[in-house]
Design a protein around this ligand. Structure first.
Ligand code: SF4
Length: 125
């Protein structure tokens, strides 16, 4: 388990680098929002389930791996933010205003979200 918490909180501010990468891969049907979003492309090799690496299982692909602790000490699920736990030694920072760590599905977007309302088209009649 990489991360656990309320869906809205995780979509708004994922703490685990893998969660952040997964959220960046969600297809965005709105072309205006899609042009603004950046996808995180993971390098490295997926770890072998038959011979898992020591330390963090994600360290072979993680862009934030420190090369020492991540390679030797398995991270445990700990609270990184209120009600949000992640198994990571170097969790993602809380995004500043205007940053979009992930592209939440429309059902999680709050009403009045500028990313949603900014692309609304006006009808001319
Ligand atoms: S513990 Fe290290 S390798 Fe694992 S997800 Fe966190 S930063 Fe990446």
């Amino acid at each position: 388990m990489a991360e656990i918490g309320p869906a809205e909180a995780i979509f708004a501010a994922p703490a685990h680098p893998y969660t952040r990468a997964l959220l960046s891969a969600i297809p965005e049907p709105d072309p205006v929002i899609a042009r603004q979003a950046s996808r995180i492309r993971l390098g490295g090799e997926p770890p072998s389930p038959l011979d898992p690496p020591p330390g963090c299982l994600f360290h072979t692909r993680c862009p934030k791996s420190d090369g020492t602790t991540c390679h030797t000490v398995p991270p445990h699920l700990t609270e990184k933010r209120p009600h949000q736990r992640a198994a990571c030694h170097h969790p993602e920072p809380v995004p500043r205003n205007g940053e979009r760590p992930g592209r939440p599905p429309r059902r999680f977007r709050p009403a009045g979200n500028p990313a949603r309302t900014g692309s609304a088209r006006r009808c001319r009649s």
